[in-house]
Design a protein around this ligand. Structure first.
Ligand code: ATP
Ligand code: MG
Length: 280
């Protein structure tokens, strides 16, 4: 019997991000305990891909994002970006947090330029670049406003512009819309997709919100309850561009049911079911 020739695929592109068997522990000084927050997580993300991390509260999503950002050390396994091990924060990544954390004494322009200043860019080009991204996030004309003169959604746009202006390869977004009202959140999701398709960055987006995860993503990685493992990675085969009304289509609702089932199973293990998930 002859065996089929082993087909070795050459020239496969290196994934943008590879997390391999990543475990993360926190040391609790008071009790001298090692607390396992993330357990054996493996995930690959391609260049330009949009992947959401979905899971119950406390399962380690922020911990994982911080490790990718190089802020939290990993106990076991490895995280690589373009094949290079992550050991510290770098210009190739930018984090967008839940609350905008803008400098109140700086204007919109000043806040966006601040991101560039932190990278050591202070030339005239910085001003032009900041202006370009302020326009991209739909805030042209608001360059000289101060954060307290903006709505929550506008502040979050400034936050996004600041992250994008630094030209990262990977955008790390940790529940960036969690503090917004439901309607603004919907529009910000659509805005984020528009900006993402224009900027073509690799994006990792943490959320509790199942609908948001489906609407935005190429794939949704569902985490188990703590210590977080990846329970399943669900590809979202919905066409792009995605209008908001896609959320009412049957295919969308099927994804919602599938993910809801997974999350329900995990959240019920934690006894924190109500806080842990939102359906819409
Ligand atoms: N600095 C820390 N020291 C000790 N334990 C921590 C620390 N940060 C997080 N943890 C613990 O690690 C686990 C994961 O926390 P993490 O913030 O990553 O969860 P999460 O999935 O982002 O939760 P949420 O959805 O509520 O934001 C939690 O049990 C938390 O108590
Ligand atoms: Mg978190």
């Amino acid at each position: 019997m002859s065996l089929a020739p082993c087909h070795v695929q050459k020239d496969m592109p290196t994934p943008k991000l590879t997390a391999k068997n990543v475990s993360i522990e926190y040391h609790i000084a008071r009790t001298r305990e090692q607390f396992l927050a993330l357990d054996d997580v493996s995930l690959q993300v391609d260049d330009g891909e949009f992947v959401s991390l979905l899971g119950p509260s406390g399962c380690g999503k922020t911990t994982f994002l911080n490790a990718i950002d190089g802020l939290t050390p990993i106990a076991r396994g490895e995280i690589r970006i373009d094949g290079k091990a992550v050991t510290q924060p770098g210009k190739d990544r930018a984090m967008v947090f839940q609350s905008p954390a803008l400098l109140p004494w700086r204007t919109v322009m000043g806040n966006v330029i601040y991101g560039l200043e932190l990278q050591g860019t202070r030339d005239a080009g910085a001003q032009n670049r900041a202006r370009e991204f302020i326009k991209l996030v739909g805030l042209a004309g608001f360059e000289e406003r101060f954060p307290n003169e903006l709505s929550g959604g506008m502040q979050q746009r400034v936050n996004l512009a600041r992250a994008l202006a630094t030209n990262p390869d990977i955008l790390l977004l940790d529940e960036p819309f969690a503090n917004l009202d439901a309607l603004t959140r919907e529009f910000m999701q659509a805005e984020l997709l528009r900006i993402w398709s224009a900027a073509r960055k690799t994006a990792l987006f943490v959320t509790h919100n199942i609908t948001e995860a489906i609407y935005l993503s190429d794939r949704v990685a569902v985490f188990t309850a703590r210590p977080g493992k990846i329970k399943s990675v669900v590809p979202i085969n919905l066409p792009r561009p995605r209008p908001l009304k896609i959320k009412r289509q049957v295919e969308f609702l099927k994804y919602e049911d599938e993910l809801w089932g997974m999350i329900e199973e995990e959240a019920s293990k934690t006894g924190m079911f109500l806080q842990a998930t939102e359906r819409a």
